[in-house]
Write a protein that binds this ligand. Structure first.
Ligand code: GDP
Ligand code: GDP
Length: 455
């Protein structure tokens, strides 16, 4: 019955989405009574649509036009789809799941007054499986004094908890900023824009390092055909390329082949294209010309990829041109210019001869697995406990900052949030990053650590 309600609503939902070109669909999900409908009303800014007092009554509309900060999006409220007493939990989870599968991003609402319940936990599991970006709202925190309660919800592993009061509107702006942000990101990266399941690769580097040579080599050597996937992607310049029997989506290959660097103003445009390709990618292959000195522009491209939080493989191309002396020079460079990215995957190859191009696939997989990796909160905390006991933070003004709790707030790239009693010095953060990498790997991905100070 509930499924039918959803299926009935599926048609108009999708039609409307296309008609208005909104940036995406945000599903508001949570167990009954956490305040989903109140929140949706607050977002829509009118009491109209959603209020329905009788539980179990299906509404004929499930999606509403919403707007925030100049962005149009659809909002789907699951608040009306409540089962009655028996089987309530699973029915709601099923409905929420359907709503989530139709959405581009999810606003997950919990009740900050009641705290976590089993049903919340079950929904979290479902959300994690769905893999959609989530913004976490901790509702019913009607006064600023109650905001500290929100921190408890970090442990859900759903990212930063936003304290809100749907009833009074407190905090809803910040929540919407985050939600719209996620929708924009989902728009760039969502699965339906690219052939299902393909991982998106940006091949970047300054002009003449050998990007188009490598692209041609990969395309020829492995299949002799380069698929043009125009029509299946928003941007018809992408190509599916088979590497070692596996398809990858290479972003903006047209830009690579266009040999822009022969034109004036080329550097500016190629840098714009590079940034755009990185934004749309999951993995950046950063090419260097190993036969030349490393230029500022090389390092700039690399930083763009790292700062954007992408999985990274560094490729030293034109290896065929190096003699012993050249190889030694490069190893010295690796120690100095690249000390910031010693965690990156690295492949030396020759696009011209094809030497070692068969090592790429493995490096790409390693980097992406690390990028996707999640450390369970329990494991993380017991590890940090041990590290801290052996190497406490140095005293600062007679006090010792201590780590209270940590959680991995997100993957892609891995981001850790640490709660501490005081400021953690940069050197200590780097030390923690090093230890995290030693313990958990993360080869090929940047990791981010932010510290929240709690008295
Ligand atoms: P839903 O069914 O989960 O969407 O939740 P509702 O929107 O129907 O709200 C459930 C109950 O919580 C109602 O009595 C609301 O008035 C109340 N409620 C919703 N938001 C807030 C809030 O921010 N603060 C307080 N104190 N109560 C709220
Ligand atoms: P892009 O501007 O990054 O796309 O670079 P290209 O692929 O156009 O390569 C620039 C120049 O470097 C061309 O003359 C290529 O033939 C040459 N080149 C590329 N890869 C290699 C390589 O592995 N070895 C050698 N010797 N030359 C290469």
């Amino acid at each position: 019955e509930y499924d039918r309600a959803l299926i009935d609503s599926e048609g108009p939902l999708l039609e409307e989405t296309q008609a208005t070109q909104s940036v995406g669909v945000l599903a508001v999900v949570g167990r009954p009574n956490v305040g989903k409908s109140t929140l949706v009303n607050r977002i829509l800014g009118r009491r109209a649509a959603v209020v329905e007092d009788k539980p179990g009554v299906t509404r004929d509309r499930v999606s509403y036009d919403a707007q925030w900060a100049g962005t149009d999006f659809k909002i789907v409220d699951t608040g009306g789809w409540e089962a009655d007493a028996q089987g309530i939990g699973s029915a709601i989870a099923d409905q929420a799941q359907l709503a989530v599968s139709l959405a581009d991003a999810v606003c997950f609402v919990v009740d900050g007054q009641v705290g976590l319940t089993d049903m919340d936990t079950r929904l979290v599991r479902m959300l994690r499986q769905a893999g959609k970006p989530v913004v976490l709202a901790v509702n019913k925190l009607d006064s600023r004094n109650a905001d500290y309660t929100a921190a408890e919800f970090w442990k859900l592993g759903m990212g930063e908890p936003y304290p809100i009061s749907a009833m009074h509107g407190r905090g809803v702006g910040d929540l919407l900023d985050a939600a719209v942000d996620q929708l924009h990101k989902a728009e760039k990266t969502s699965g339906f824009l690219t052939p299902a399941g393909l991982r998106r690769v940006a091949l970047v580097g300054r002009p003449n390092v050998g990007k188009s040579s490598l692209l041609n080599k990969l395309a020829k050597q492995d299949r002799a055909v380069v698929n043009d996937v125009a029509g299946t992607t928003r941007d018809p310049v992408d190509e599916v390329i088979d590497i070692e029997g596996e398809d990858w989506l290479f972003i903006d290959t047209a830009g690579i082949k266009r040999r822009l660097h022969k034109l004036s103003g080329a550097e500016y445009y190629s840098s714009l294209r590079t940034q755009a390709a990185i934004e749309r990618s999951e993995l950046a292959l950063v090419l260097f010309d190993a036969s030349q000195p490393i230029a500022d522009q090389d390092l700039k491209v690399m930083s763009q990829a790292v700062d954007a939080g992408r999985a990274v493989v560094l490729i030293f191309n034109k290896w065929d041109l190096l003699d012993d002396f050249g190889r030694q020079r490069l190893e010295r460079l690796w120690q100095t210019e690249f000390d910031r990215v010693t965690w990156a995957e690295r492949v030396n190859l020759s696009a011209k001869t094809g030497w070692h191009t068969n090592r790429l696939a493995q490096a790409m997989h390693t980097a992406l697995e690390s990028w996707d990796q999640r450390v369970p909160t329990g494991k993380l905390n017991s590890f940090l406990g041990t590290v801290q006991a052996a190497h406490p933070h140095p005293l600062r003004g007679g006090k010792q900052p201590r780590i209270l709790f940590a959680t991995q707030a997100s993957t892609r790239p891995p981001r850790f949030v640490i709660f501490a009693t005081g400021f953690l010095e940069a050197s200590y953060r780097r030390f923690l990053e090093r230890r995290l990498r030693e313990e958990f790997g993360f080869q090929g991905t940047p990791i981010q650590i932010s510290v929240h100070i709690r008295e």
